[in-house]
Each structure stands twice: as structure tokens, then as C-alpha cells.
Design a protein around this ligand. Sequence first.
Ligand code: C2E
Ligand code: SIN
Ligand code: SIN
Ligand code: FE
Ligand code: FE
Length: 374
Amino acid sequence: MFEHQDVYAAINGKSPLPRKVEIVHGLLRERFDFIDRVSVAVYEAKTDLLKTFVQSSDGDNPLALYSSRLADSASMKEILRLGRPRVVNDLDIFSNVDAEHAKRIAARQYHSSYTMPMFLNGDFFGFLFFNSYRKNVFDEATLHYLDMVGHLLSLLVIHELSTTRSLLAVVKTAANMTEHRDVETGAHLDRMSNYARLIAREVAKKYRLNDELVEHIFLFSPLHDIGKIGISDTILLKPGKLTSSEFDTMKTHASKGGEIVDMMLENLGLSEFPHAEILRNIALYHHEAINGSGYYGMMDGDIPIEAKIVAVADVFDALTSERPYKEAWSVDRAFLFLQSMAGTKFDIDCVNALINRRDEVEAIQKRFLEDSLG
Ligand code: C2E
Ligand code: SIN
Ligand code: SIN
Ligand code: FE
Ligand code: FE
């Protein structure tokens, strides 16, 4: 009675989404050996960006850490307009299109693709791609099977996305309840999270950060100071230098942040959520210094990369912003400061990532100007 083994049982566990996608891809290949790549791109309506999110393939990832505007891709828009998947059995027809993603796919010698739009309650939230190095592989029988697997994959993605979103919603609501007393404006959080994503992308190769991790660092970085909820107004909003005992109190915002995150994860039943650790590490360790002079005295090798990234992003924005206790510094001055502490306080790669992408840094500053309250 129990001879049959459910082949998909492997996805019942709590492995991260990229691992589950790999498992599904592996099972798919047992039946259809020509499916060389499975990937998911998630759509963000606010920015019209389509971002690679998860992928499984043998070779390197042709679209690693890539995002493009949906408006720039005629073929993707057409799929959406029709609301139906698209089969291409000879990707040569794409060789002279201008869409960057199609070019990259062609450059990797994929010759067939099956693209499914993903919907939740009728709302489009991304695409699922099945690619093959071979031509003419997607016949009706294959597609019928892929449709089922595709829907399974899209449910896995939805589950992951909605978990992240409810976690963010709860933590942000808590942060907003104290916003009227927070010296860190919305513009600061937008800028620093964009700097964090910029740095994460630049160091992704070295620290083996996949798209999904980069995205979670971006999403969770604005919550680094959530623990300031627990600091009194007298200290938080003091218009001058803090005394050393006030500063000791201020420093407890890191451990308080960790406690708040843990409490929320527990109340939401999300303690086992694979990316919860990123949020926890950011709240707890964003004031660590690599020479051990930070709040907890952790040394370089023990500090999680997400905390090193957020430290540089946060300090750079704190320096280039006005605070009740200081004037805004110029980009040059802030870069010199970061450089002078690179290798002692800050991670060198993270500092260089910002300095090497000054164009992007300035674009982020322009995009998120200080609001009138700032
Ligand atoms: P914050 O304003 O978000 O600053 C984050 C970090 O940016 C600071 O962490 C520090 O590493 C760096 N930073 C900010 N402004 C300056 C600056 O003028 N010079 C230099 N060298 N670094 C700067 P830190 O020092 O651990 O402070 C944590 C938080 O404590 C700050 O967050 C702020 O909320 C508060 N704080 C720190 N110093 C003062 C102060 O003198 N007066 C007041 N009212 N608050 C302060
Ligand atoms: C992709 O696989 O990311 C896009 C390629 C296509 O146009 O099918
Ligand atoms: C991954 O997304 O591949 C790693 C999961 C994690 O460390 O949270
Ligand atoms: Fe902080
Ligand atoms: Fe901050």
C-alpha cells in the first residue's frame, strides 16, 4: 500500500525557494531532459520592473541580478496583453530584437522557450521561463505537463513573496506608529535601501548572493533601526551631542531591534522562514565594525555580509544627510571618510562598491530628495 513514493515530497521541507526550484527542475529533467533552465522573474508594478528572482540551470546565469522595465519589452507585454503563455521553438527569431533579456538568452544558446505569466487573484506578478538548448522541444504533451509544474512553481513563489510581504507589512506598521518622532525620514530609508541593493549587487559574486538574497537585503534594510522605537524622545531627538551615558542607551537600539524582530517572527509563526535571519542580522549587527570596535565587538569573519552592507549604506546616508546634531556632508567628504575607515571599520568591498558607482549613488540621491519634513 505504501510502495509509491511521492517524488515531490522533497519540496515539503523548509529549504529556501532556490533549492525547491532546483528540486522541481531536477524532477522535470528526469522526464524531459531537454529542459535546461527554469527561472522566475518577479514584477513590481510601482517601478514597472521585472527582476530575475530565482533560477535553476547548469551553466552560469545569463540573467543574474538583472532587471528591466516591462515597458521596454514588446514580447513580454504581448504575453500579458493576451494573458496566455508563449511558446517559442526557435529563439533565432529573437536574434535581432532589442530587448536585453532576449539577447542574453540568445547569447547563452538557448533555442526554445516556454514563458508563462503568473497571476494571483487576477493580478500579474511575474513570469516563469522554461528554456532549452534544443530547438522544437515544446510539443503539446510536454506543455500540458509543464503547465501543471508551472502552477506548482508559481504557488511556491507566491508563498515566499507573501511571507516576505506580510513580515514587512507588520514590521513597517510598527515603525510607522512611531514615525512622527523618528529623525530618519522616509527619504533616508529609500536612499539607504537603494544604496544597500547597489552594494549587494556589486559584491554578489564574491559573497555568493543570489538575486533573492539581494532582494531581501533591499527589502529588509529600511528596518535596520526598528529598535529606535524603544529609545526615548529625549535621547532620540536631542538637538546636540549625546553624553556618553545617553549614547550607551542609544546603542541598545540594536539589541532592542533584534528582540522586536524575534517577537514579530514568533507571533507571525515565521520563525523558520529562511530569510528571517537576514532581517534579524540587519537589526542586530548593522553597527558592527570589522576590527571588533562595534556594538557587539564582533570580528570581520563573524559579521554577516548583510550587516556589513547595511552599515556602509546607513552611514553613507547619515553622513550626507542633515541630522538634528549635524550638517549634511558632501559626497566627496563622505567617500573620503568611508575610505579612511575601509578595512578597519567598514568592509573594503562594500565601500568600493559605492565609490565605484558614484553615478548610481548620485542618481539615487536625485531620485529620493529629502521631503519637506526632512
Ligand atoms: P544615525 O543618525 O542613523 O547614524 C548612523 C551611523 O552613521 C552612526 O552610528 C555613525 O556611525 C554614522 N554617523 C552619523 N553621523 C555621523 C557624523 O556626524 N560623524 C561620523 N563620524 N559618523 C556619523 P552611531 O554613531 O553608532 O550612532 C547611532 C545612532 O545614535 C545615530 O543613528 C543617531 O540616531 C544617534 N546619535 C549618534 N550620535 C549622536 C549625537 O551626537 N546626537 C544625537 N542626537 N544622536 C546621535
Ligand atoms: C528569460 O528566459 O528570462 C527570457 C527569455 C524569453 O524571452 O523567453
Ligand atoms: C538562498 O536563498 O539560496 C539562501 C537562503 C538563505 O540563506 O536565507
Ligand atoms: Fe542604527
Ligand atoms: Fe539609519
